[in-house]
Design a protein around this ligand. Structure first.
Ligand code: DGJ
Length: 726
């Protein structure tokens, strides 16, 4: 609910559990007055203190009043070079070369429903949303800024976006444009980020804010394996179930910067948006720049509630799920079984072993096109390699369908191999700077997706493949970071737009694909989880979580991922043992339990399994299908931190607590282990639950005292408890 106090220019945004407020003061500076647990309202600018602080300058209208300084006031969208020395939200350069931005309040609009952003992914929905637009203006530079706020009350979600318009008669260069600025009139907060590398994505790191700026970013052209565009600021004592915390997510898949600053007044500022690194966007007179959307959830009761609110908002208002209300298929992918070395008979044999076990979709991964026997050739030549697959997809797909399975395919549209017909014909379509040697990544180059003719060609080729056979699933991969970022189609003064234009190009093709093939489920992938972000989720309902398929490593990766992203978004498969990445062997049971914390599928040749393992797989797929709604759409509770506890445990509970599934994986086993109980969450305290069809337990007992855990008898054993209220 948005409440306006027009006289005092106070704007209050209420969600179910939180309140957000800003106010335009007498100088028309837009102050941020409050964000935290829900309160009744009122003008909270009374919280702001004024004092003459040394070296904090005063704007001209303050006259001799030295207590009024932009450097000390909490700002809604911070200015640049005119008195606020903290992180600037925006920086622009008009023709005179000044880099000053002084934004003052110029009006507002209030609308029912949710705003959209041209060419960019954004949360969507109907009248359950309200939109507030605040107009700011730098009247000297004649540049206006619109701040968009979308309020989704039930999910405690507030989205933000920014548009900058050059209202003058000469070009303006935009050098920085954050999507979100959030000033806290409090110190004593922790900054939580999700970091790692290829095959070890999204590990949780938490540290108290110390004076100065702490930040995570990507300059790789993708959101990256290394840092995720999702961060948390929280009270220092906050944990899963208590303490106020603020999650901030960027709905964007390119370079980003998330920076938290502890200020001289021991307050904090959070900034999130496109990374100013190599960013400079020229706005011609009348032109608009739209910054990507950011989304906020404030939870007054810990991380668990924050995550559940993000999960619900993402499931219902960001992902376009063609399987909405239905079940996505259980899949098998051939990558780890064959890599590039397969032919039609091999693929059919993998599918034939999978079909009787309840697996419904066969995905043909990398290696089916061009001359592609290794990762050094073929990318860009999107026609079937008939040496491997005689008769093409028209011959292969019916054989898969005869097994009762549907068919999916892998593509990597953004890339080109030097050894490809496409590169031989159009070497100028790859990103590279004139007169310089270029940098290879996985032996491949990146296509210049800022160019429409490049996108049109690539999309045309892919469209032909997707339309040629009964394809119901696509895995969209991307296997290197961007370097040599220079485009032949942009003037030298506009090369700073290229990183962003590349991302818009990716979104353009994804959008075309979604519209032309609405029946195809797209899974995003970037060498595993190198582009696991809310921007991609708008187009690809699920994303391959990591190239690391080791069940034990996956516990930590999926734990970190779960802070922002729902189970139904996390691509997760059972793979063969010993695991290709770690050499570790764990049981089929445990591998299945871990994969069921995501979209669930298999990535191995099931011809090489024992009858006992096949029986386990049969049970797993049947169990997954039976409890699909609970697993994929239930409320998600983290029951332990797998980095700190001797086990990883999590739970999906139906809203209201009618049923729940508890999953637990032990770490390595030790002699003389203590007796342990596991306290559950999200149950109905008064209900009686039948556990795995056997004993009855009260909900309050399970939540307050816990369930006694059986002693493991070996390493990495697992447990699933299905609870049904009677
Ligand atoms: C990286 C992906 O993450 C893998 O799953 C696989 O598709 C390979 N690329 C194929 O090259």
């Amino acid at each position: 609910m948005i409440v306006l106090d027009q006289e005092n220019k106070v704007f209050t945004l209420h969600t179910r559990n939180a309140t957000y407020q800003m106010k335009a003061d007498r100088s028309r500076v837009l102050l941020h007055t409050y964000y935290g647990p829900r309160i009744g309202g009122g003008d909270l600018s009374r919280l702001i203190q004024y004092a003459d602080r040394g070296f904090s300058p005063n704007p001209s209208e303050a006259g001799s009043n030295r207590t009024y300084s932009l450097d000390t006031l909490p700002q809604e969208y911070s200015s640049c070079g005119v008195g606020d020395f903290r992180l600037p939200s925006i920086e622009f350069e008009p023709a005179d070369g000044s880099r000053l931005a002084d934004l003052r309040y110029a009006g507002y609009e209030l609308k029912k429903g949710k705003y959209g952003l041209p060419g960019l992914p954004a949360f969507f929905g109907g009248d359950e949303w309200e939109t507030l637009v605040i107009h700011l203006m730098d009247s000297t530079c004649k540049t206006s800024v619109k701040l968009f706020y979308g309020v989704l009350e039930e999910c405690d979600l507030i989205t933000r976006a920014v548009q900058v318009v050059n209202e003058g008669s000469r070009p303006v260069q935009l050098r920085r444009c954050a999507s979100l600025c959030l000033d806290f009139q409090r110190g004593d907060m922790d900054f939580i980020t999700f970091d790692g590398c290829h095959a070890q994505e999204r590990g949780l790191n938490r540290s108290p804010l110390r004076p100065g700026v702490q930040s995570v970013e990507s300059v790789r052209g993708t959101s990256s394996h290394h840092h995720n565009p999702f961060v948390i600021l929280c009270e220092s004592g906050a944990n899963e179930d208590c303490g106020t915390c603020y999650g901030a997510m960027l709905v964007y898949s390119g370079n980003f910067l998330a920076a938290a600053e502890r200020t001289q007044l021991e307050n904090n500022r959070l900034l999130l948006g496109i990374n100013p690194y190599h960013f400079c966007y020229t706005l011609a007179p009348g032109q608009t720049f739209t910054a990507p959307e950011a989304a906020l959830v404030c939870s007054p009761s810990g991380f668990g509630q924050m995550s559940r609110q993000f999960h619900r908002a993402i499931r219902e208002h960001l992902i376009h799920d063609l399987y909405e209300g239905k079940r996505r298929p259980v899949l098998i992918n051939n990558w780890e079984a064959t890599e590039f070395h397969f032919d039609a008979a091999k693929l059919v044999s993998i599918a034939a072993a999978a079909a009787p076990l309840g697996i419904e979709l066969f995905v043909m991964d990398d290696g089916w096109f061009g001359v592609r026997d290794s990762d050094s050739s073929g990318l860009g030549d999107w026609s079937v390699n008939e040496r491997k697959l005689p008769g093409g997809l028209e011959a292969l797909v019916p054989k898969i369908q005869e097994l009762g399975m549907s068919f999916g395919i892998w593509i990597e549209p953004e890339m080109v191999s030097e050894d490809s017909d496409l590169y031989r014909a159009r070497p100028d379509w790859a990103l590279r700077a004139p007169g310089r040697p270029f940098t290879r990544g996985r032996s491949q180059l990146v296509l210049d997706f800022s160019r429409k003719e490049v996108r049109d060609y690539v999309y045309g080729a892919i469209k032909q493949v997707l339309g040629s056979a009964g394809i119901t699933y696509v895995k969209w991969d991307m296997n290197r970071s961007l370097t040599d970022v220079w485009s032949a189609s942009l003037a030298s003064s506009r090369q700073g737009e290229l990183f962003h234009r590349f991302v818009l190009g990716v979104y353009d093709i994804l959008d075309r694909m979604r519209r032309d093939f609405p029946h195809i489920l797209i899974e995003g992938c970037c060498g595993g989880g190198g582009r696991f972000d809310a921007g991609m989720l708008y187009y690809t309902p699920q994303i391959w979580c990591s190239d690391n398929t080791d069940a034990i490593d996956r516990l930590r990766i999926q734990y970190g991922t779960s802070f922002a992203y729902p189970v139904c978004a996390m691509g997760s498969h059972v793979s063969a043992v010993p695991n290709q990445q770690t050499g570790r062997s764990v049981s089929m049971e445990t591998r299945g339990v871990v994969a069921m914390a995501g979209t669930f599928g298999y990535e191995m040749d099931l011809n090489h399994t024992t009858e006992e393992e096949r029986e386990t797989i049969r049970r797993q797929t049947a169990f997954f299908k039976e409890h699909y709604d609970l697993i994929q759409r239930g409320d998600y509770y983290r029951l332990s931190d797998p980095c700190a506890a001797p086990y990883a445990a999590w739970e999906q509970a139906a809203p209201g607590g009618g049923e729940a599934l508890v999953s637990l994986v032990y770490g390595s086993n030790h002699a003389a282990a203590p007796f342990r109980t596991l306290r559950l969450k999200g149950l109905n305290p008064d209900a009686l639950y039948r556990v795995n069809g056997g004993e009855l337990w009260r909900g309050d007992v399970l939540m307050a005292a816990g369930f006694p855990l059986p002693m493991p008898t070996g390493d990495y054993q697992s447990l699933q408890l299905y609870l049904k209220a009677e």
